[in-house]
Ligand binder design. Structure first.
Ligand SMILES: Cc1cc2nc3c(=O)[nH]c(=O)nc-3n(C[C@H](O)[C@H](O)[C@H](O)COP(=O)(O)OP(=O)(O)OC[C@H]3O[C@@H](n4cnc5c(N)ncnc54)[C@H](O)[C@@H]3O)c2cc1C
Length: 546
């Protein structure tokens, strides 16, 4: 039987990052991936080889921000394995129905000057708002890069600059109370408190809602730091697409002797006397791990599908019930549209400039529209009567992703996983069919055409993936690409549950990483790195006790 020091279930980017750190420390590692390619929600694939040969699509993640909050790229020297980032500046273009538009540059000053064309007050408030969130980001960065309950390690990461950020955020009695209020209120309430104009509120609300919740939801204001991130470290894309990050990690893992086996669906974690000793894959083959099994899939999938109930119950009799009932996955996920284009969408009524397409284009007419996009999806309704969307035309920044002179377009449209009233029909009983997903995609493109009238004639080929298909591809419950919701009650030392928030589980040698662990979903590699550190520490018995 093949034996490794560690086995990683799933080769998403976090599983790969975790494996890379273990390999660098001298451990042997096997990654088992259910799909035919590694990367999970971080792949770039030529998915329409017949209709659109040579066009490469980011099937999920495209815009990278969080990865720059941690040291993964530098520590793993990913540039040596071919990773190169292209920076997006401007970073956001949001046209409004009345002919106005929001354009965020990397420079805060330039962005404020754009806003001042419509409201001098909002321009000034925007500067203060971004400064607040920038300090808050600085203040919490040390917490991101350590196990969330490892207080000693977190404390040592606070240098002068980070302490200054803490002081700027909560350095007086009033600031502390305001800070608490800011965390527990909703993005909508906070934006109404700060700003007058929709031209600022709507794009901020739309980006905040990327967390997977409507702007009215209390406790989700952390999403409002998205624009501050774009002004600070910036937003970038790997040359060649998000898959280039995965490719670099795969090269690194293989160069260190790591083994990645694809089309290997893990069916069971083998537990012997409360210790994880290996896994069994579909078809029955077993692999042994003598130091640990690490799960890149979340606690619900791991414990409810892959671990024998008796094995978990004997380690912690209460955990099964808590995992089943306390961890929350709402009903909102993504209907994804990828198009091969003969030319870029042109925003003629907004004095089109190709620079609008370097970063993200948001169709967010108002906070109300963003609210409906999420609330309806949560309730099982498709918010397609007036679609809001997030789209990118990555080939403007990186022409290597399409044949010469041609382009690709990436559209993310929030949609319900389970359609209300359609239970038991369509794919996986969700109500989604090919006909329905294409009808919804047509409406999304119709809406975009209100702004960029040339779009319909420029589509060479299109691929639409319904929420049910996305869920099936990723293997995530309800297509949740963050593995579990990113609300305050499931973050930091509560993610996924307090007793398993430090990447360890009650089953000895069984570790958790991935988007379902601290600090959560998105492209960051931080859960992978943090988990690797905990694993390595556990190998040294004294420190492992900490
Ligand atoms: C449409 C879309 C757009 C997005 N856009 C962005 C973006 O622009 N920027 C950003 O930062 N984030 C974005 N995200 C979120 C981000 O992609 C994910 O949060 C992140 O990639 C999760 O990485 P992970 O490694 O933790 O998990 P995953 O990528 O989910 O990896 C888990 C891996 O485990 C495999 N697996 C599952 N079950 C098994 C099993 N039983 N046996 C073996 N293997 C298994 C899966 O196939 C997968 O490869 C987007 C997500 C989606 C869906």
């Amino acid at each position: 039987m093949e034996t490794y020091d560690a086995i990683v279930i799933g080769a998403g980017h976090n599983g790969l990052v975790c494996a890379a750190y273990l390999l660098k420390a001298g451990y042997s590692v096997l990654l088992l991936e259910k799909r035919s390619v590694p990367g999970g929600a971080a792949t770039t694939e030529e998915v329409m080889p017949n209709e659109a040969p040579g066009f490469k699509f980011n099937l999920c993640a495209i815009d990278h921000e969080f990865i720059f909050m941690g040291p993964v790229i530098e520590e793993l020297e990913l540039d040596k394995y071919g990773l190169e980032y292209l920076w997006c500046d401007p970073s956001v273009f949001c046209p409004h129905p009345d002919g106005k538009y929001f354009l965020a540059h990397k420079s805060l000053e330039k962005t404020c000057a754009e806003i001042a064309r419509y409201s001098k007050r909002d321009a000034q408030k925007y500067r203060e708002f971004i400064n607040f969130w920038s300090h808050l980001m600085g203040a919490i960065t040390p917490m991101f890069n350590a196990a969330p309950q490892h207080f000693l390690e977190i404390a040592t990461k606070y240098n002068y600059e980070r302490l200054y950020d803490v002081f700027a955020t909560i350095g007086s009695r009033k600031k502390v109370f305001d800070f608490v209020r800011t965390l527990v209120t909703s993005p909508e309430d906070l934006l109404n408190e700060w700003f007058d104009t929709e031209i600022v509120k709507a794009p901020l609300a739309r980006l905040a809602a990327e967390i997977g919740a409507p702007p009215s939801q209390k406790g989700t204001t952390s999403g409002l730091m998205m624009l501050a991130m774009r002004h600070n470290q910036g937003i970038a894309r790997p040359r060649g697409g998000t898959g280039a990050l995965t490719d670099a990690l795969v090269k690194l893992v293989k160069s260190k002797g790591g083994v990645i086996l694809t089309e290997q669906m893990v069916k069971e974690v083998i537990v012997d006397d409360r210790v994880a000793v290996g896994v069994r894959v579909a078809g029955g083959k077993e692999y042994r791990a003598n130091k640990g099994v690490i799960s890149n899939i979340d606690a619900q999938r791991l414990f409810l599908e892959l671990v024998e109930p008796a094995a978990l119950d004997s380690a912690d009799p209460e955990l099964r019930n808590r995992i089943e009932r306390r961890i929350v996955n709402n009903n909102e996920t993504i209907l994804k549209i990828d198009c091969a284009l003969s030319e870029v969408p042109r925003f003629e009524a907004y004095h089109h400039r190709d620079e609008y397409l370097i970063g993200t284009v948001l169709i967010a007419d108002s906070m109300q529209q963003v609210e409906e996009a999420h609330t309806l999806a949560n309730m099982g309704q498709i918010p397609d009567s007036n679609p809001s969307m997030y789209l990118d035309v990555p080939t403007v920044l990186d022409p290597s992703m399409a044949p010469e002179g041609k382009h690709t377009m990436w559209i993310e449209f929030f949609a319900p996983y389970q359609i209300a009233g359609a239970e038991g029909t369509g794919l996986q009983g969700t109500g989604w069919t090919d006909e329905l997903k294409n009808k919804v995609a047509d409406r999304v493109i119709d809406k975009l055409a209100d702004y960029a009238p040339n779009i319909k004639n420029s589509i060479i080929a299109r691929r639409v993936e319904s929420p049910a298909e996305l869920g099936e591809r990723l293997g995530a419950y309800k297509g949740n690409y963050y593995h579990l919701d990113m609300t305050l009650d499931q973050m930091i030392f509560l993610r996924p549950l307090p007793e398993i928030a430090n990447y360890k589980t009650p089953i000895k040698g069984l570790y958790l990483t991935g988007a379902g662990t601290h600090p959560g979903g998105s492209i960051s590699g931080i859960p992978g790195r943090n988990c690797a550190k905990v694993f390595l520490r556990s190998q040294k018995s004294f420190l492992g006790m900490l």
